[in-house]
Design a protein around this ligand. Structure first.
Ligand code: ZN
Length: 287
């Protein structure tokens, strides 16, 4: 399923995209289903199976034209947003950093999350706002001390993410948090694609364009730490819960490493595309 959160007639709902440009309102299709994504994911495999049935047998009044709804971030308020730095060999090289021995983990927060089509707002205090196309995964079951070989059983699904970063703020101290956590610096979506639809998460093309120009192009086969290894590492020290988002890092081609450097500008349209997961497109506006 391609799970979405959307607003229809002023109300936030969850649904599933169909192949023909419609969205099925899950709770309207089956009133037993929850009305928000975190509750749906917390219900686990049984609830997702119920959702799948609801999509297959949806009554006409539960099927909405995509054009009649406004998509939000699929998970508007996740419990955690963990990001992995320097997780593609080519990006570590362009950043003049060695291949890391352990995953570099940092956090973003809910204030950064915006959905597809929503604006990335340029702060007035920085002129060095950068883009990072990223492949993110979402936890579907409570996970602690998970072995790498079992880790994909804990993944609910996958989605595109843009780890927008103010490089001057990011680098002014050894901790990256401030440069990573401006409002709107976490575009997410368009849909959470459930893991049953992705045969191999480690062989997906990933790219980023600005105004149609390709600036990043890679494949998740180039990840240094795989989804399995990241879950094993993270759950060795913390509990991951349904709805937690882990973004796996960006490939080469970020604006700060280009010559000349390419910072986001008002009027740009940034698009992250991942094979099988769709395109996350966001306009950039002045703050
Ligand atoms: Zn990143």
């Amino acid at each position: 399923m391609k799970l979405v959160t959307f607003v229809y007639n002023g109300h936030s709902r969850i649904g599933a995209l169909t192949g023909d440009g419609s969205v099925v309102d899950l709770q309207r299709a089956n009133p037993q289903l929850p009305g928000d994504m975190l509750a749906l994911l917390a219900g686990g495999a049984d609830t997702l199976a119920l959702a799948q049935q609801a999509v297959a047998s949806a009554p006409a009044d539960a099927v909405l034209a995509l054009a009649s709804v406004t998509l939000q971030a699929p998970i508007p308020r996740p419990g955690k947003i963990l990001c992995i730095g320097l997780n593609y060999r080519d990006h570590a090289a362009e950043s003049n950093q060695p291949i890391p021995q352990f995953p570099t983990v940092f956090a973003k927060y809910n204030n950064t999350i915006v959905g597809p089509g929503a604006a990335i707002v340029l702060p007035t205090v920085t002129e060095k706002v950068d883009y990072e196309a990223e492949f993110a995964f979402v936890i579907g079951r409570t996970a602690r001390n998970v072995k790498a070989e079992d880790a994909l059983d804990y993944v609910a699904g996958y989605l595109p993410f843009n780890d927008v970063s103010a490089r001057d703020y990011q680098m002014r101290t050894s901790q990256w948090t401030v440069g990573k956590t401006f409002d709107t610096f976490g575009p997410l979506g368009p849909a959470l694609v459930t893991s049953d639809e992705i045969a191999n998460p480690h062989d997906l093309d990933i790219s980023l364009t600005i105004n149609g120009e390709v600036l990043q192009s890679s494949n998740t086969s180039n990840l240094i730490f795989s989804v399995n290894e990241l879950i094993a590492d993270l759950t060795s020290f913390m509990t991951l819960e349904p709805g937690d988002i882990i973004s796996t890092g960006t490939p080469s081609g970020v604006g700060s490493a280009r010559k000349p450097q390419r910072w986001l500008r008002a009027g740009d349209v940034v698009a992250v595309t991942i094979e099988g997961l769709g395109t996350l497109e966001n306009p950039v506006v002045a703050g």
